[in-house]
Design a protein around this ligand. Structure first.
Ligand code: HEC
Ligand code: HEC
Ligand code: HEC
Length: 112
């Protein structure tokens, strides 16, 4: 293939990938999750996206849809506290490894 043609393909590919990344819906920057009688949880979505990178560290349990955690819990398709346990597990592991992370105590996440 001619060198020029290769360059054109490379540039076109780069523009396509950038557009796809830019167009990806990242959702709200901050989300309030219902925490039952223990109080709601204010979750900094963007902070986690920026510091973790991998969406599936959370979205392995639920799709990228507003209000889906409560909806799946109400429908009995997602165990209560399953998401919470995943939040806590990561925070605990990072705390033990001496890394910057989020809270592991109830009141660190739940506010009445
Ligand atoms: C640390 C956990 C976590 C990570 C990582 C994460 N999300 Fe989310 N995301 C959530 C939670 C929690 C919700 C709220 C679901 C609900 O409202 O029930 C959510 C909701 C969403 C929604 C729905 C819209 C909204 O505003 O509620 C979209 C879209 C989304 N995420 C996209 C992404 C993308 C794209 C990434 C990766 C770049 C990502 N998320 C990474 C936890 C996470
Ligand atoms: C890292 C943040 C975090 C910590 C720490 C945390 N929680 Fe949660 N909790 C959540 C989130 C997010 C939810 C909603 C999603 C779910 O049910 O998995 C929740 C849900 C709950 C619920 C409602 C479950 C239901 O029946 O729907 C209760 C009750 C609860 N937490 C109690 C506690 C108690 C008690 C502690 C301390 C021992 C605690 N949480 C620590 C984030 C946290
Ligand atoms: C895979 C690891 C991981 C998961 C899963 C995770 N977190 Fe975190 N969390 C972090 C890290 C890392 C930080 C520190 C980010 C920073 O300050 O740069 C953090 C910070 C926080 C903070 C403190 C934010 C502040 O005010 O500075 C809260 C609250 C929190 N997380 C709640 C949650 C909740 C609720 C969930 C589940 C829906 C969750 N986290 C899931 C890694 C995780």
């Amino acid at each position: 293939m001619k060198r020029q043609a290769k360059t054109v393909i490379l540039v076109a590919g780069f523009i396509l990938v950038s557009t796809l990344l830019w167009a990806q819906n990242k959702g709200a920057g901050q989300i309030i999750l219902s925490g039952g009688t223990t109080g709601n949880v204010t979750f900094k979505h963007k902070l986690h996206q920026d510091s973790l990178g991998d969406c599936n560290l959370c979205h392995n349990l639920f799709p990228q849809t507003p209000g889906i955690v409560q909806k799946l819990k109400d429908e009995g398709k997602l165990e209560n506290k399953k998401v919470m346990n995943q939040c806590q597990k990561c925070h605990r592991e990072k705390t033990n490894a001496g890394l910057k992370t989020g809270p592991v105590t109830c009141k660190g996440c739940h506010v009445k």
